[in-house]
Structures are given as structure tokens and as C-alpha cells.
Design a protein around this ligand. Structure first.
Ligand SMILES: Cc1cc2nc3c(=O)[nH]c(=O)nc-3n(C[C@H](O)[C@H](O)[C@H](O)COP(=O)(O)OP(=O)(O)OC[C@H]3O[C@@H](n4cnc5c(N)ncnc54)[C@H](O)[C@@H]3O)c2cc1C
Length: 458
């Protein structure tokens, strides 16, 4: 058995593991990044075919935090951040057979058919409504209470479908949308709080963080590839099977064993970081007691099918928006359709367009089991009915990607899970249970967590 000594062993070579490894290396620590697949990047993967550049995982990050900007700055020359065009500021919402722009201003807000007149009038009273007192209030309950049901159905529900592929009736606001929760807690109102925060931000000196939607030139995978290259091949161990961890009580070390091409590897380290989904933890951490493990694995994941659809000629149609979101109330097959080539360069041949269709989610998990043919048929139906392509036109490219464990749902069980993580980390010195089971589900969150973890370990 080959024995490898490192300061830190990190399990999982997705964005969280890569960020943690890179930050630790920059601080002079030795790391081993352990990955079961034959590539790093995890959910992030970009594909290129017939002049289309499309993602099978995340398409866009939102709001580049200081850590995100620092990461891209460090990797400059290897990969570059790309901010979305102005078009990405416009979002469409499907209602009664048509996409409508989500209003961004007062006039649009008054004239939009998305919300009822009663709720439009009711919103004027939002700043004066009483603060909620249930810390476990769902996003649905909170939105209906402060804004009204039509805002829940035609703004918040489609937004949550886009971000969580989730259900506002089960997502808990303080865990799933902590910024929104804090607006009410701190300022007593969404509207008043947003205005106040915007004023405060204007007084602050401009930091490194940047608002807006971002990707990477050449696709998101350029980022994880650049990170891998910066970490180096010697620290990265791919195609591992049977990865499992045991604490060495006598020396305070961690022993991680794995098999690579038939050979056994033993990693010894002071720190052990997991970044995989919660469902992988029983196999990785068999020493954890059953009751704590149950609190970790009770996390539900929304399954998602993403379909890349390309057309080489638009024939006069225009899609000048981030994409169209589809409310659950409309009972359609899809959660939403993004328009990546309206937002970023090089996603489709000149004059063409790339779309990303999303289906499934926590409420329609069975869509994952549809055959490719059935998915294709539904895509083509919506291609004509929702995107308004003429009946005789067919997409030039359709590629289907299924994700059984796409997005973790921060539901009522979250508090228990966070407590279990922190109590295990106290019980076992040098153990760090990270990844998207806590600290947020987006790419920005993963990068921030990696930065913080590296600080903590150092
Ligand atoms: C379809 C889809 C769309 C998304 N869209 C967006 C978006 O638009 N914006 C956004 O911000 N985020 C989006 N996300 C979320 C984003 O992709 C994730 O937050 C991020 O990529 C997760 O990174 P991670 O490293 O935490 O996990 P992962 O990428 O899942 O990485 C975990 C790694 O651990 C490895 N692993 C698992 N088990 C083992 C084991 N036993 N031994 C060794 N290695 C193991 C896996 O192979 C994987 O490489 C999307 C996700 C999906 C699936």
C-alpha cells in the first residue's frame, strides 16, 4: 500500500474542493485532492459541439463576491470572468400562454398582468406590515404574508424554481434566502430594507465585489480547469474507488484509504475535508454514529434535467433576456428556459441561439426517468409553443443531461443538519464537513466556503 503524508486531505474535486485546495496551497500547506471521477470540476462541465458552447451544470453565477473576484484575479491569464450583457437584467415570466417581462420599475409594476390589482395595491402597505415571528417560516408563507399570493405564484415561485428547482412551501426562508429573511428582521420590510441597504452601499467605499450575473469566457469549466492546473497534478488523485476515512485516535491523524487502478493508497493528514453530497457521507465517514449521520443524510436533493438546445438561424425571432421562468401554477413541463447566448459571448454560431431548458425539480422528480425520446418531444413542443418557432423549424442540436442530486433543499431539517455538522467537528478534531449541504447552494457560496475553510485550517 502506497503511503502519502499531507497536511490536508480533501474529498471531492468540485468547485468547493478545488477552491479549498488552491487556497491552502497558496498558504503553503500540502494537500491531496481525492476525486472519484476521471476529471475535476464536479457539477461544472462545459461542452462544445457544432459551434455551440453549452453547460451541463451551472450556467451563471450571481453576484461576484470579493472571494469570487479574488479567485479570478489570481487565475488571470489562465481564465477570465465574463459578466453578462445588459440583456440579462430582463427576465420573462410565463402566464396564460405568453411570456411577460418581470417588471423592474413603477410603470411596469402597475401595468403588468402578472400580479392581481389587489396585490399591486397591497404592496404599498408592505413597509408597514408587522414583522414575522416564526424563524421556521417557509418562503411561501412569508411572501404571501408580506406581498400577496400573486407575487408568490408569479415572482417568488418561478425565482425559486430557477435557483433551487425547489418548492417555496417547504424551503425555509432564513436558510434558503437568508438575505430576504434579514431584510425583514433587520429593517422590518423588504421594500424599506432594500432601499436602506442600497443607500448604505452607496456610502461604503467600493470594494472588490461586483454585482451582476457572471460566467467564464469559454464556459464555466474554464474556471475549474484553471484551478486544477494551478493546484497541480501531483496533488490531485483521480478515478478513486472505495474512498473511506478513519480517525487515528492515538496520533490525532486521519487515515484515508482508496483504490486507484487496482493499487491501494493510504493518505495520512492532520485535517480531513469532505465536500461531497450528504448522501455520500455514510460511505466516507463510517465511524460517525447512526443518529448524527441520519441528521446529515435527511437532506433532500432536487433532481434536474437540463437540455441544451441550439438553433443556427433565428429567422427574425429575438430573445433579448436572461431567460423565461415558468411558475408552478401554470402546470407546464419546464421550470424555465435560459438564453445563454443572449448573455455571454461564443455560445452559438453567429446569427444562432443557444437555449437551456430545465425540467424536474423537487415537485417533478419523475421527469428524470423519462426516456431521451420523451424529453426531446416535450422540448420540441415547447420550442414551438413557448419560444414561438414556426412549426416546420426543428432545433439543430438537442443534448440531454440528467442530475439526480442537483440542488440540496434547505428545508426544516436544515437546523438539525447544521447542528450535527458542528457537533461532529467539535467531537473530531481536524474534521471539516463542507460542500453544499451547508453555507449555500450557488457557485459563489462554494467559493466563499473554500476561502473560509482554508483560513480556518491555517
Ligand atoms: C443542473 C445544475 C444547474 C446549476 N445551476 C447553477 C447556477 O446557475 N448557478 C449557481 O451558482 N449554481 C448552480 N448550480 C449549483 C453548482 O453547480 C454547485 O453549487 C457547485 O458546482 C457545487 O460544487 P461542489 O464542489 O460543492 O460539489 P460537486 O460539484 O458536486 O463536487 C463534489 C465532487 O465530489 C466527488 N465525489 C463524490 N463522492 C465521492 C467519493 N466517494 N470519493 C471521491 N470523490 C467523490 C464528485 O465526483 C464531485 O466531483 C447548478 C447545479 C446543477 C446540477
Amino acid at each position: 500500500m502506497e503511503r502519502i503524508e499531507k497536511d490536508v486531505v480533501i474529498i471531492g474535486g468540485g468547485l468547493t474542493g478545488l477552491t479549498t485546495a488552491l487556497q491552502l496551497k497558496k498558504k503553503g500547506l500540502t494537500v491531496a485532492l481525492l476525486e472519484k471521477s476521471d476529471r475535476t470540476g464536479g457539477q461544472i462541465a462545459t461542452h462544445s459541439e457544432q459551434g455551440f458552447l453549452f453547460e451541463s451544470g451551472p450556467n451563471t453565477g450571481s453576484g461576484a463576491s470579493e472571494e469570487v473576484m479574488e479567485l479570478y484575479h489570481f487565475l488571470s491569464g489562465r481564465c477570465e470572468i465574463e459578466f453578462a450583457t445588459k440583456e440579462a437584467e430582463s427576465r420573462w415570466i410565463w402566464k396564460k400562454g405568453k411570456f411577460h417581462p418581470l417588471p423592474g420599475g413603477l410603470i411596469g409594476g402597475i401595468t403588468t398582468p402578472l400580479f392581481t390589482m389587489g396585490d399591486k395595491l397591497r404592496i404599498l402597505g408592505e413597509p408597514f406590515r408587522r414583522k414575522g415571528s416564526d424563524p421556521d417560516e417557509t418562503v411561501a408563507a412569508m411572501t404571501a404574508r408580506r406581498l400577496g399570493k400573486s407575487f408568490l405564484d408569479y415572482a417568488v415561485d418561478p425565482f425559486l424554481s430557477g435557483v433551487y428547482a425547489g418548492d417555496p412551501h417547504t424551503l425555509i426562508t432564513r436558510h434558503a434566502l437568508p438575505k430576504l429573511y434579514n431584510l425583514e428582521q433587520q429593517y422590518g420590510s423588504f421594500i424599506g430594507g432594500s432601499i436602506q441597504k442600497a443607500r448604505e452601499a452607496m456610502k461604503q467605499p467600493a470594494g472588490k465585489a461586483r454585482k451582476g450575473i457572471f460566467s467564464t469566457y469559454g464556459g464555466m469549466e474554464q474556471l475549474t480547469r484553471a484551478m486544477s492546473a494551478a493546484i497541480g497534478g501531483e496533488e490531485t488523485f483521480l478515478s478513486l474507488t472505495g474512498v473511506t476515512v478513519a480517525p487515528d485516535r492515538e496520533t490525532g491523524h486521519w487515515n484515508t484509504t482508496a483504490t486507484q487502478q487496482g493499487g491501494q493508497l493510504l493518505f495520512r493528514s492532520r485535517h480531513l475535508v469532505t465536500t461531497t453530497g450528504a448522501y455520500q457521507l455514510p460511505e466516507l465517514l463510517p465511524f460517525v454514529d447512526a443518529s448524527s449521520m441520519k441528521q446529515l443524510t435527511s437532506l433532500r436533493y432536487a433532481p434536474v434535467v437540463q437540455v441544451a438546445v441550439g438553433v443556427k438561424k433565428l429567422d427574425g425571432l429575438r430573445f433579448n433576456a436572461f431567460g423565461g421562468l415558468i411558475p408552478t401554477a401554470e402546470k407546464e413541463d419546464f421550470l424555465g428556459i435560459l438564453f445563454p447566448s443572449a448573455c455571454f459571448t461564443g455560445r452559438s454560431p453567429e446569427g444562432g441561439m443557444l437555449f437551456s431548458f430545465f425540467m424536474g425539480g423537487i415537485r417533478n422528480g419523475s421527469f428524470l426517468d423519462l426516456s431521451d425520446r420523451e424529453i426531446e418531444e416535450r422540448v420540441i413542443r415547447s420550442f414551438h409553443r413557448m419560444l414561438r418557432f414556426p412549426a416546420e423549424k426543428e432545433p439543430d442540436l438537442i443534448r440531454i443531461f440528467r442530475h439526480r442530486y442537483a440542488i440540496p433543499q434547505y428545508e426544516r431539517s436544515s437546523e438539525e443538519r447544521f447542528r450535527a455538522v458542528s457537533s461532529l467537528e467539535k467531537q473530531y478534531s481536524g474534521l471539516h464537513i463542507a460542500g453544499n449541504l451547508r453555507d449555500g447552494i450557488g457557485m459563489g457560496h462554494r467559493i466563499t466556503q473554500g476561502f473560509r475553510l482554508a483560513e480556518e485550517i491555517q
